[in-house]
Design a protein around this ligand. Structure first.
Ligand SMILES: Cc1cc2nc3c(=O)[nH]c(=O)nc-3n(C[C@H](O)[C@H](O)[C@H](O)COP(=O)(O)O)c2cc1C
Length: 373
């Protein structure tokens, strides 16, 4: 029977050749937000993986919206020109469909890169004043963010719209807003980080006001025929925090504003949350949101094997599956999934002499290549 994972999927006028997505992954290798040689190597490599959609990492809409000094941005002409080179290269050589994830780190900004420990920067290291809905630090020992004023909120909404205009010129096929993992949109949504008493806080409706304003501003400048997605955290695994029922309400509001899919992730806003990580541990969120909100969903989180991904799509738990670390481990994950599921190998022509069908060595190095015949 034909694989459902390798069936095509349409988002507005964008046709994805399969349901596999390279999840956005920060590379911490930009300079003042500007993509570097690393991105020129990394993004096209991911785009040749066989995935139907390759997401570019969290890309920040203003300098203080970055997590680290190495984070990618889309807030200057230099950012735009460099990202355009990366995207055009990936499309020219990999035939890729490319999305970008627009974001603002809020109170989780101004830190060292993960491989330098990830702690908050000190002033002499280039620290900046972070911002958030309320002046509540992310974790013990972290500096307090400044609570955003009405004017600051409008500035950031405008920065998202400006970045979306730049994304259009860059030539990406899809925009995703980062509403998950404890970054600014999520900080507003969560009652744990948003203690405001004005129209931007308090009730669930008020806490969604900022992320929904961002969605509206981006949708207004992003062409009608192009898809827009949002990644959300469906569970905070913390008393008093967000749960999957909140995700359903959020997803309905997103869909009403022209959002085409929701990526159902979790966590990130509470440093001490105990997250029950296991294979496919967040797939149930994608299934629930899809069922109850009636919007397309993408599943993420420890999706490891082709068969697991196939089952998620075939059982209609999600419309797409994303993998992050699986693609770093094996940048040909999509080829190998096709091999395991008996589908044509989605390799670019330059590499077609090294697939199961053309290279006898494939069956010797991977027993799965022989087994799939
Ligand atoms: C190196 C790295 C960077 C990441 N950066 C981002 C990011 O930019 N945006 C995002 O939404 N998630 C980011 N994540 C989370 C992944 O997209 C994904 O949700 C998470 O790793 C779980 O999926 P996995 O089990 O397939 O790795 C990152 C993960 C890794 C490993």
């Amino acid at each position: 029977m034909a694989s459902k994972l390798f069936s095509s999927f349409e988002l507005r006028t964008l046709a994805l050749k399969n349901r596999i997505v390279v999840s956005p992954m920060c590379q911490y290798s930009a300079n003042d937000g500007v993509a570097s040689d690393w991105h020129m190597a990394h993004v096209p490599t991911m785009a040749m993986s066989g995935a139907g959609l390759t997401m570019i990492e969290m890309t920040d809409v203003e300098p203080i919206g970055r997590i680290t000094l190495g984070c990618l941005g889309l807030y200057s002409d230099a950012c735009e020109a460099a990202l355009q080179r990366v995207v055009q290269s990936a499309k020219r050589w990999g035939g890729a469909v490319i999305g970008v994830q627009l974001a603002h780190a809020g109170r989780k900004g101004s830190t060292h890169k993960p491989w330098e420990g990830g702690a908050p920067l000190r002033p002499q290291e280039g620290a900046w004043q972070t911002v958030a809905p309320s002046a509540i630090p992310f974790a013990d020992g972290w500096p307090a963010p400044a609570a955003l004023s009405e004017g600051d909120i409008e500035r950031i909404v405008g920065a998202f719209a400006d970045a979306a205009r730049r994304a259009l010129r860059v030539g990406v096929d899809l925009i995703e807003l980062h509403g998950a993992h404890g970054y600014l949109l999520h900080q507003f949504q969560s009652p744990l980080s948003n203690k405001r008493t004005d129209k931007w806080g308090g009730s669930a409706e008020n806490r969604l006001r900022f992320p929904l304003r961002v969605v509206e501003a981006v949708r207004a400048v992003w062409p009608e025929e192009k898809p827009l997605g949002v990644r959300i955290s469906c569970h905070e695994w913390t008393d008093g925090g967000l749960t999957p029922d909140d995700a359903v309400v959020y997803a309905r509001a997103l869909q009403a504003r022209g959002v085409d899919y929701v990526c159902c992730s979790g966590g990130g806003n509470v440093a001490t949350a105990k997250i029950p990580v296991a294979p496919g541990y967040m797939v149930e969120f994608a299934a629930k949101v899809r069922r109850e909100a009636g919007i397309a969903t993408r599943a993420i989180g420890m999706i490891l094997t082709p068969q697991q991904a196939e089952t998620i799509v075939a059982d209609r738990q999600a419309d797409m599956v994303a993998l992050a670390r699986g693609f770093l481990d094996d940048p040909r994950w999509g080829w190998h999934a096709a091999e395991a599921l008996g589908e044509p190998i989605p390799a670019p022509p330059q590499y077609q002499r090294a697939t199961r069908d053309t290279w006898p060595g494939a069956k010797l190095v991977r027993p799965s290549a022989a087994a799939a015949e």
